[in-house]
Design a protein around this ligand. Structure first.
Ligand code: MN
Length: 501
């Protein structure tokens, strides 16, 4: 792919084309001579990342520019300051966010609380949702080119994808991205289970591949005959990982015969009325399977998904799922939160110009609106995403990349105690992001902190005023209690008096 192809494919605003070309030239220069493990020039990765974002409807110059530059600070001789000088603050802010996210590494242990912390942290770190979207596009291309990497690295990246990034995509309503990430990771993380499932399902898939085009032809015929408008009919085979998870559920009991949506047709039309008309026409010609009609238009799924689903005995008497929705619902199902930005209130696609106005508050607002719409089906995602989550908690790293979640206002002391109680007692200073810092320095989201220890415990009463976490405070107090003298004489003279009587 070339930059020209990218700009043309997505009909980028001519005003932005010149800018993005100069961003690309810079990225190409920065990654000059570098190759991906697959042997491709490194900039191909940058172009593919930007291409995914544009496909999802993120067409603003900052998002696309940051996608092109996202690996520059970590993978070249150029720095964030170079980017700022050349391309300004907005892009730099996004690139910084992605660089910080890149430091998070999932260890191979499958500890659910660790993974949940990681997920929360990914969200907290990405104070602008565009950072998460760029990261998802980056990860999608990395997963597509995963086979070029050594086995161990493949496993770590695939597990992280399955445990962190795919669920994030799901919770942002990005169904297709989630499906692709999962299907790319599945064979690497669970090879045995994957091979078993593929062997089991292969005959059905081969069947479906022949059947789907014939079914599309038949359905097209009846829709035309009844003169009901549709814009597109496509076929899809269920994502493997999603099938795997479905079969694990007790009501399916590993029985493929109980899964009715292995093959499905998707019919796209213009209005809600036409969705129902199409459903009517289809039921007129093909008998529906009782109890298998779902109206997610009237009652959307918690992540906002809208569509009509029906399982029918389709052409040739074989059962197949039919999904009917408007173009807007379809883009929402595929691209989720990204697609919210692709539309104005009037339903027209936005141009790049509008995207520039998107700021942190706007997406936070959008998420909270989204949450309100789905109150009867609360999702922990929304719990974690409450706007004050960003205010209340910060995530700080050890030099090895472990994550500590701390209350806002936490200092190096809080961090030392969060790593280890003993480290707390002996802490006498810290390096924050590589710079020597004072003991009580307040920490910021994303800081990397290395605690400096002294042989002797350093705890003193005034530490309490410089801690924000209950647990650190508790540990300091209990330490001072055990070593009562200094504690009592300095802070509770009244108590000493009382005791002396
Ligand atoms: Mn990358």
């Amino acid at each position: 792919m070339t930059i020209q192809e990218l700009l043309r494919k997505h009909k980028i605003d001519p005003k932005d084309q010149k800018f993005l070309r100069s961003v690309f030239d810079f990225a190409e220069e920065a990654h000059k001579g570098q190759k991906r493990a697959s042997g491709e020039p490194y900039v191909q990765h940058c172009l593919h990342t930007a291409d995914s974002l544009a496909t999802w409807g993120m067409l603003d110059r900052s998002t696309l520019g940051a996608a092109l530059l996202h690996d520059v600070p970590e993978n070249s001789d150029y720095t964030l300051d170079d980017i700022r000088k050349k391309f300004g603050d907005d892009i730099t802010f996004l690139v910084l966010g992605i660089t910080k996210l890149g430091r998070i590494k999932l260890r191979t242990q499958k500890d659910p609380t660790y993974i949940e912390t990681l997920r929360r942290m990914v969200l907290a770190m990405a104070e602008d949702i565009r950072v998460i979207l760029i990261k998802l596009a980056d990860r999608l291309h990395n997963m597509n080119t995963l086979s070029a990497l050594p086995r161990g690295k493949q496993e770590r990246i695939a597990l992280e994808t399955l445990e962190v990034y795919a669920p994030l995509a799901a919770r942002l309503g990005m169904g297709e991205v989630r499906g692709s990430l999962e299907d790319l990771a599945f064979p690497v993380v669970y090879p045995k289970e994957y091979n078993k499932l593929v062997a089991q399902v292969r005959p059905r898939i081969e069947n479906a591949q022949h059947y789907i085009p014939r079914a599309i032809k038949e359905i097209t015929k009846v829709l035309r005959l009844n003169e009901v408008y549709y814009s597109k009919i496509t076929g899809r085979i269920k994502h493997m990982y999603s099938l795997y998870q479905k079969l694990q559920r007790p009501e399916y009991d590993h029985d493929l015969d109980k899964v009715f949506d292995i093959k499905a047709l998707r019919i796209i039309t213009d209005t809600v009325e036409n969705c129902y008309s199409i459903l009517g026409v289809i039921h007129k010609y093909f008998r529906p399977i009782p109890g298998r009609i779902k109206d997610y238009i009237a009652v959307p799924k918690p992540n906002g998904y809208q569509s009509l689903h029906t399982n029918i005995f389709g052409p040739e008497g074989k059962y197949i799922e039919i999904q009917i929705r408007t173009k807007k619902m379809d883009e929402q199902a595929e691209f989720g939160i990204a697609s919210h930005w692709a539309y104005t209130e009037t339903g027209k696609r936005k141009t790049g110009e509008h995207h520039r106005k998107l700021k942190k508050l706007e997406w936070a607002h959008q998420l909270s609106e989204w949450q309100k719409d789905n109150q009867d089906n609360p999702d922990e995602f929304f719990e974690n995403l409450k706007i004050d989550f960003f205010k209340d908690r910060i995530c700080v790293f050890t030099p090895k990349g472990d994550v500590k979640e701390l209350p806002d206002g936490a200092s190096t002391i809080d961090f030392a105690f969060a790593v280890h109680t003993d480290l707390g007692y002996h802490c006498c200073g810290a390096k924050i992001n590589g710079k020597m810092s004072k003991l009580f320095t307040p920490l910021k989201n994303g800081d990397i902190v290395e605690i400096i220890e002294d042989k002797n415990p350093k705890v003193s009463r005034d530490w309490i005023d410089h801690t924000a976490s209950t647990s650190a405070r508790g540990k300091i107090k209990s330490y001072l209690n055990k070593n009562k003298e200094g504690f009592i004489s300095r802070i509770t003279p009244g108590f000493i008096k009382g005791k002396q009587k």
